[in-house]
Design a protein around this ligand. Structure first.
Ligand SMILES: C[S@@+](CC[C@H](N)C(=O)[O-])C[C@H]1O[C@@H](n2cnc3c(N)ncnc32)[C@H](O)[C@@H]1O
Ligand code: SF4
Ligand code: SF4
Length: 334
């Protein structure tokens, strides 16, 4: 994880100072394995009317040759595949086979999940295949907040807590340090007052890191946005607890605390993190699903990554000619 962070920081600086037109191999390829989800988070972009509506059935397969994509990414020297995106990846039928193949091909593997569907068997499988990183999108410290934010029933937070804890226990029993476990917390009106309680929960679960983020705004989640005073409160709570986290060896990101936010100066995403939807279409980032850089059913990844459409997007970002979707985007660096 550390090595990846250094690479990322180095790349950000390099691209920021000298943005190239011809790209290097992507660092983090976001692969979306379906729109299906077993929760319905109030802030989630899946509620955007332009996206597919939620369903909680198992997704059988994606609409393109995912194995060939993994082969191609390994061949061009991509660093990491991030399984996240449109829905809950653990509802994808061949998720374990796909993850195993990613590791077999020598790529780093990251998984974003709500964590409900872990059990003894899939936890052990992930540890044994040396999966690198799992982000549990927790967002809450109590069942009440968890239910209000995620629309889930009684006992669901306790289930996730058990599942996170199981990773720590099994890793210890096997003398392994991966996967690195992170809890994320999308700060909003319903949870900003409970950041300290969330930090205590993270400590009690022996996780490796926590991640605080603002959320990408849409008209449907506007009322969750913090006002200036609430933002200040949230930042003060994080600041106050940074020492405690350090003492417990838990890393915390600094984006939320950035004094420059939200002054956008540059965005490096089109240089290192393509977003691929389950139909095989490549997008420049998760916020621009209407922008089609190419289709993996028709072209190789390299053809798309180095193609004219991607070049045009990079040229626009280089001259800071922002897209409509860049408004309120939380992914750029400032
Ligand atoms: C869309 S989810 C898919 C994976 C899985 N279902 C999960 O919840 O982790 C991937 C990540 O996007 C985040 N996310 C969803 N809607 C968002 C928004 N409007 N702004 C910022 N992050 C968002 C979630 O918190 C989660 O960490
Ligand atoms: S669990 Fe993930 S995909 Fe599902 S609604 Fe919540 S954030 Fe969105
Ligand atoms: S700033 Fe624009 S290009 Fe960059 S990630 Fe956000 S929406 Fe995409």
């Amino acid at each position: 994880m550390k090595q990846f962070t250094i690479e990322l920081d180095f790349l950000r600086k390099a691209v920021f100072l000298h943005p190239p037109i011809k790209p290097f191999p992507p660092l983090a390829v976001h692969v979306n394995v379906g729109q299906q989800c077993n929760l319905d988070c109030v802030y989630c972009w899946r509620r955007d009317p332009d996206r597919a509506p939620a369903n909680n059935s198992v997704q059988e397969k994606v609409g393109y040759d995912l194995k060939s994509l993994i082969d191609q990414l390994a061949e061009i020297g991509a660093s990491t595949i991030e399984i996240a995106g449109g829905g809950e990846p653990l509802l994808f039928k061949d998720i374990l086979g796909t993850m195993k193949y990613i590791k077999k091909m020598g790529l780093r593997g990251h998984l974003f999940t709500n964590g409900i569907l872990f059990n003894e068997k899939n936890t052990e499988a992930l540890i044994d295949m040396r999966w690198d990183f799992i982000n549990f999108s927790l967002d809450a410290h109590s069942q009440d907040v968890f239910s209000r934010l995620k629309g889930s029933g009684k006992g669901s937070l306790s289930k996730v807590r058990t599942n996170v804890r199981r990773f720590a226990h099994m890793k210890k029993a096997k003398h392994l340090s991966s996967p690195s476990i992170r809890l994320s917390y999308i700060i909003n009106r319903l949870n900003f007052n409970f950041i300290e309680e969330f930090i205590d929960l993270a400590i009690s679960l022996s996780v490796n890191s926590i991640f605080f983020a603002r959320f990408k705004q849409f008209p449907f989640n506007e009322e969750l946005r913090l006002n200036e005073r609430e933002e200040k409160v949230a930042m003060q709570i994080i600041d106050k607890n940074t020492g405690k986290l350090k003492k417990h060896n838990i890393n915390v990101n600094s984006y939320f605390q950035s004094p420059n936010w939200p002054v956008r100066k540059f965005c490096v995403i089109p240089w290192f993190a393509p977003f691929i939807t389950d139909d095989g279409v490549v997008h420049p980032c998760c916020c621009q699903l209407q922008k089609n850089m190419g289709d993996l059913k028709k072209n190789t990844f390299r053809e798309i990554w180095e193609g004219e459409k991607y070049t045009q997007v990079r040229k626009r970002i280089r001259r800071q000619d922002w897209f409509k979707a860049c408004k309120n985007c939380y992914l750029y660096i400032s």
